[in-house]
Design a binder for this molecule. Sequence first.
Ligand code: ZN
Ligand code: ZN
Length: 368
Amino acid sequence: MRKITVILLFIGLFYTGLASRDRLVLRLPEIEGYQIVKCDFHSHTVFSDGHVWPDFRVGEAWADGLDALAISDHIEYQPHEKDLPTNHNRSFELAKGAADAVGITLIKAAEITRDMPPGHLNALFLTDVDKLDTENWRDAIKAAYDQGAFIFWNHPGWTGQQLDGISRWYDEHDELLADGMLHGIEVVNSDEYYPRVHQWCIEKNLTMLGNSDIHSTTDMDYNHITGNHRPMTWVLATSRETNDIKEALFARRTIVYWRDMLIGEKQYLEPLFFGAIRLETPTIVRAKRQHVQLANLSDLLFELELVSAPEGVSAPQSFTLQPGHATRIRLGFDKDKAFSSIKLNYVVNNLQIAPEEGLPVSLTIAVD
Ligand SMILES: [Zn+2]
Ligand SMILES: [Zn+2]
């Protein structure tokens, strides 16, 4: 059985032309019994305005460490239509074999590509993309809704539709929201982060998404030289199966991973942080100076800044927990004060629970 899996994996990678590239493994904790399923819900192929064949997207997703991928070719924009006749379902069909072979969950999707408003929207978990090819945008979104799709608004601050790069909410979006046809928004699209959208998601209870919208290759756009990674939507799901990802998206259990930043609700970022670190000196001996050791067992970076320490205790103003490393921070004690335990309050600046608002965390250390 295992032999067959290995053969399938090899064939799958060979097939997608990426046999020589290793897969990125991100060490991440489980969050409240859910696994972190790494997804990109927005990508293009030659079947719209992308530069690559559909199965290439799968090999690339595997190498980038993704668990699930949506190929979301434009319905209304096909610059290669003279060479590739319109077939909205074809990119999914051509990628499915490769996805099955390497264990990537492939989600059938499309990008509804209209002027602003309502702009561009992705529909996930479709059964038949052809039904979305309609004259009126309302009919296209309704057709997606009728297939039980998860529908999200793409890149609201894209300068192609908002010259000043500022995201704006229109009456049409109120209409979609009231009709239950808008479930999430991209807080991050490729190299753009939209603080206004972040705030809308909090206020309107919408799912936060971060996607690559890759047209070229992620090697060209993200990984080459800089060692950066593509944006991802991390879905907190019971498994990486399609239905479990869908359930989690509708339940708004997501974290956006962009550069060194993680964007999401406090209820998920807090257990992520505490699941990733270990206090290796839970008790310290009273002395004029002492060290506290913290290990970061994940592949994430954490940047901490001091908010407050008890009177008579000095602690570093800021420090960074590097991925896969332990860090020692030095505390100083006022010689006249006695402590049985101390609580240090920090904010993790790169874990954003709201625009420009980091995650507050407390570290409690017993003193002997
Ligand atoms: Zn778009
Ligand atoms: Zn797109």
